[in-house]
Design a protein around this ligand. Sequence first.
Ligand code: UD1
Length: 418
Amino acid sequence: MDIWHVRGGNRLFGSCRVQGSKNASLPILAASAVLPVRSVLRNVPRLKDVDAALKILSHLGCGIDRGENELVIDSSSFTGAEIPRELMAEMRSSVIFMGALLARCGEAKLSLPGGCQLGKRPIDLHLSALRQMGAEITEEGRDIFCRARKLHGADIDLRFPSVGATENIMLAACAADGVTTIHGAAREPEVVSLRDYLAGIGVDIRGAGSSTITINGTDRKEETEYTIPSDRIVASTLACACAAAGGRIILSGVDADHFSTVLHFLNEAGCDIINFNDIVEISSAGKLRAPGHIITAPYPGFPTDAQPILMAALLRSQGTTHITETIFENRYRQVSELRRMGGDISVSGTEAVLRGVEKLHGGTLTAPDLRGGAAMIVAGLQAEGETVVVDAGHIARGYESFDDTLCALGADVWIEHK
Ligand code: UD1
């Protein structure tokens, strides 16, 4: 188990290249199994969730070669369509292998995925879309059996723009006869990344990034290369850390458009933000003000993953901030821990009200999930004394060498491995 120690009070200065995106990498790793190709992937972050996806690919018979800068996946040999329960339980994104396996093998045997306990997190949209494409799916307890003699294209209406369901349909549609159209698709940058990777292996996909995506067959290639874009939630976390602690940091390799809603609120809270090319500079006096009502929404709205982190950054802000969480039912799990540091937050259903306080104090906290854990680090950076975050491995699921990154910016943090 990792135990984070954070001594608050240091301002952050310096520059940092933001790691590759977790949420772009995971569906692309599943996609690498859709066709028998060799994929050369760059900028794949070293994360527990990536390791979990690689374990699944290796179990399915793919060759994996991880070098310093490249990850090569050779899926020309493929030995099975079954993913054991213990591998499925390691992360939520394992569900994306359902579409990949159906496309590759015409069958998939897996179980309900693991991941952060952010709410009910059903997969009804995934299952109903795959059924519309000709898959027969039976569920027995936590086990799911899918079979399709031949998948066919379909017109699929998503009642909610689920990121995972959109990605699963895109993968299954690679092997379907005819055109698949997704109406009400997720518009997240990670969906666009998946399209870019799939285009590299010869899949004809139009409209990714808009609400209507069409997938229109495959002209298979033998090999592709793809560079994973930067992680917009890690960039948001570092920006929030600087905003809360004070200082000036430069984030490089980022696309500011992809986390512009987070930057907007930091700017409203009093930070100076400068953006040029792939660089964003954040300056903060370390004294923020309430930035207005934060409402999470599907992209291009404010990302639910950044909500706990921005909440933590605003704990000492002047005034009252209202937050409405619209994506997950259980996304305020960080609140009880932040209150233990002196934070003044009340929650009623989807609404949270944060009243800024003068001071936060350290304490021993438990990370409830990935972003909740990151929120505690951001809170600790601005607290008096030492904050100890008992983290059951959550932060390492999404942040690569985060302790080193923060230390290089001047923070006083270290991890005790127990
Ligand atoms: C992805 C991201 C996650 C982010 C989330 C929302 C990855 C690996 N994870 O998760 O970090 O927080 O998008 O931006 O990319 N829903 C249903 N039925 C379904 C599927 C989803 O009701 O079949 C609901 C969920 O319960 C949730 C909402 O839709 O309330 C959003 O879920 P979804 O967009 O699917 O999130 P994930 O793909 O799991």
